[in-house]
Design a protein around this ligand. Structure first.
Ligand code: ZN
Length: 289
């Protein structure tokens, strides 16, 4: 089951539920999953678990000592385990850590994000303006979710070329890209070090929690990229967990003319590969000869 399958299953689940009040109350999801929620004081770092009774009813227990937004995320994550029928693998790995997480857990996080921020509701509420710290914070509050979750959602549903990068202990863990950026073949290598010259690198080097926005060169972030073009980077560093996030975006006009093959890999335009690819990444652009 890849990420697209998980999203599709989550959207099918959301489509069966009345989500009009879901930003305040997750009960419709809980009912649809044949579950109920119990709150309990669990150990530190333990967010929740699910027990299935002999009659098929699921009991989701969430840690009442965690924040309300974290508890909402846990409920949706546990619903994912139920709906996707994926076993839990909640070992001693902190939930914020992408590094050692089991693929089942990452799939359930993806599913949970779809439930917390239903894409139709998100698209109808997200302002049609350039991202900013304030805008992402506003969206996070609106959907009772965390800043990184809202920033990631912004990037993946944006119609501007946009990416959201999650970094841990100085290395890139995950990058969510908007459709237009994927089509342009923009690629950020997982496990690579936070690039020198980025806002993320500067904030992390300072050693304290902070956020900042600045313009940086595009080829700082993207592999095999044209030089001389800039992008915007809104970065936030969390010193306590040594986690850094960056939202990257640029104007369509600043997107270099590139060609990608059917695997989404950028190809060199030497004039001799047209029949291998034949796909223009950007409508209305003519291919240079
Ligand atoms: Zn889990």
């Amino acid at each position: 089951m890849d990420e697209a399958d998980v999203r599709q299953k989550a959207r099918a689940f959301v489509a069966k539920v009345d989500v009009s009040g879901i930003r305040e109350d997750l009960t419709p999801y809980v009912v649809a999953a044949n579950a109920k929620v119990k709150k309990d004081e669990l150990g530190e770092g333990e967010s929740g678990y699910t027990i299935t009774k002999p009659n098929g009813k699921h009991v989701i227990t969430v840690n009442s000592l965690e924040t309300e937004e974290r508890q909402r995320f846990t409920v949706c994550h546990e619903i994912a385990h139920i709906v996707l029928a994926l076993e839990s693998s909640h070992e001693e790995v902190p939930s914020w850590s992408y590094a050692k997480r089991h693929p089942n857990e990452i799939a359930c996080d993806t599913f949970a994000a779809e439930l917390l921020m239903p894409y139709q509701q998100w698209l109808s509420l997200v302002p049609k303006e350039e991202p900013s710290l304030e805008l992402i914070q506003r969206m996070a509050a609106l959907f009772s979710t965390s800043f990184p979750a809202a920033a990631s959602r912004f990037a993946s549903l944006s119609d501007i070329p946009c990416a959201f990068v999650t970094m841990e202990r100085g290395a890139v863990r995950y990058a969510a890209r908007s459709t237009s950026l994927r089509q342009a073949g923009a690629w950020i290598s997982p496990r690579s070090a936070i690039p020198v010259g980025s806002v993320a690198h500067r904030l992390r080097s300072s050693g304290s929690s902070a956020a900042d926005t600045d313009e940086v060169a595009q080829d700082i972030w993207f592999d095999n990229w044209e030089k001389g073009l800039d992008l915007w980077e809104l970065s936030r560093h969390y010193a306590g967990t040594d986690t850094t996030t960056s939202l990257l975006w640029f104007d369509n006009e600043d997107l270099p003319e590139v060609e990608v093959n059917r695997f989404g890999v950028r190809v060199e335009d030497d004039g001799g590969l047209a029949e291998l690819t034949g796909q223009l990444p950007w409508p209305g652009r003519s291919r240079r000869r």
